[in-house]
Design a protein around this ligand. Structure first.
Ligand code: ADP
Ligand code: MG
Length: 371
């Protein structure tokens, strides 16, 4: 595929209209691009800020055709892009990211293998596609361990933490029906992530290492700079850059890692798109992950990712919306981002807050004052 420069005034097509698509679109609109989005929901978060909304299923061939007609470049905000749609757009439009990375990252086994082949450390894992493989995997990896579905899992869904044989009961009915992998449970100090962006021109840039704190398997907050030794910060950054090259990245890749209690950095999983743990960059970096992504797919020079100030990013889930809005008068220190979703269901990601301060402790204190 020939590399093109897409200039402001031209149209960026986005597959998927959730919050990631919305924030890509906002960045694109600021730069003067037009935006078209494909999503089955009419008033989805991205459609609210886009110029054109194609309301259709992701596998609707007519919708792919419409997208190819109006967009000068097409990108995606999620992993489960329909293969036929991607194929069509590759042929009839400009899809500089291709979809090879989607194919790798949507299957945990493929993804782990690719990370391992790139020479990066992963926790020991084995495939579990049958009762026999389960037995063999347990014999080799033992307990504690975690059984994960290879496809479709997110926010800890499709995972079974195993301390002993008896924890297997719940998963047993699915063994052999859905493919799993068994992973050794890694005692870790910290969960961190690095967002790396690579342009169609080959230029690469990397964001500051983020420290992620999960609650109930959902990202609760992110702290930057991560509270880890500089040597590990360097190691994590190198891992992300190395993976970007090894996977021939175009666009954005989020790399989730563990800092083990053994002092080593392990790669856990990746996502080939802007990521929740990179939302801090909207207010705390020179260039946000969303603007960088747009620059990358349009072939523009990448921006500086320098951290302007320490920051905490706090996710706002459905149950938090009213408590946060009740405290609106206390939010002078915080940048509120709500995604325009109408139904505030418990656990649904509705927005986030970025709070900047003079130190990591300062931003933690500020966040605590908000409750
Ligand atoms: P998801 O796609 O659901 O985000 P992850 O692999 O990131 O899946 O797992 C969710 C969370 O479970 C991680 O953020 C981490 O806290 C925990 N976890 C997953 N795998 C392991 C492991 N091998 N050792 C220790 N903790 C793990
Ligand atoms: Mg994860």
């Amino acid at each position: 595929m020939k590399q093109k420069t897409i200039l402001p005034g031209q149209t960026i097509g986005i597959l998927g209209g959730g919050q990631l698509g919305r924030m890509m679109a906002i960045a694109a609109k600021e730069m003067g691009y037009r935006v078209a989005v494909l999503d089955p929901t009419e008033d989805c978060p991205c459609a609210q800020v886009a110029d054109t909304a194609i309301v259709a299923e992701y596998d609707d061939p007519e919708a792919a055709k419409k997208m190819a007609e109006c967009a000068d470049v097409v990108t995606y905000e999620f992993e489960n892009v329909d293969v036929q749609t991607a194929d069509y757009l590759q042929e009839h439009s400009y899809l500089p990211q291709g979809w090879h990375l989607l194919e790798i990252t949507k299957d945990r086994l493929n993804e782990k293998a690719a990370i391992h082949e790139a020479g990066l450390p992963v926790v020991p894992y084995l495939p579990v596609r049958s009762q026999e493989e389960l037995k063999a995997a347990i014999a080799e990896i033992g307990f504690p361990s975690v059984l994960k579905t290879t496809e479709g899992g997110y926010d800890g869904k499709g995972q079974y933490v195993l301390h002993s044989e008896k924890d297997l009961q719940e998963a047993l009915p699915y063994i052999g029906k859905t493919p799993f992998e068994l992973e050794k449970w890694l005692p870790f100090e910290k969960e961190i992530s690095v967002i790396v962006v690579r342009s169609t021109t080959g230029e690469t840039s990397v964001f500051p290492v983020a420290e992620n704190i999960h609650r109930h398997n959902i990202l609760h907050h992110t702290l930057v700079p991560a509270r880890i030794p500089d040597a590990l910060r360097k190691e994590a950054t190198q891992h992300a850059l190395h993976l970007a090259e090894a996977l021939h990245l175009v666009g954005t890749l989020a790399v989730e890692m563990f800092v083990g209690t053994d002092g080593k950095v392990y790669v856990n999983e990746t996502a080939p798109r802007p990521h929740n743990s990179g939302h801090f960059s909207i207010n705390a970096c020179d260039t946000s992950q969303f603007e960088q992504h747009i620059r990358a797919i349009c072939g523009l020079p990448l921006g500086s990712t320098a951290l302007l100030k320490p920051v905490i990013m706090v996710n706002i889930l459905g149950e938090h919306v009213h408590p946060v809005l009740d405290k609106i008068s206390l939010l002078s220190d915080a940048h509120l981002h709500l995604y325009g979703k109408d139904e505030a269901r418990t656990g649904r990601k509705m927005g986030h807050l970025n709070i900047l301060g003079d130190s990591v402790q300062d931003v933690i204190d500020k966040a605590e004052r908000l409750g």
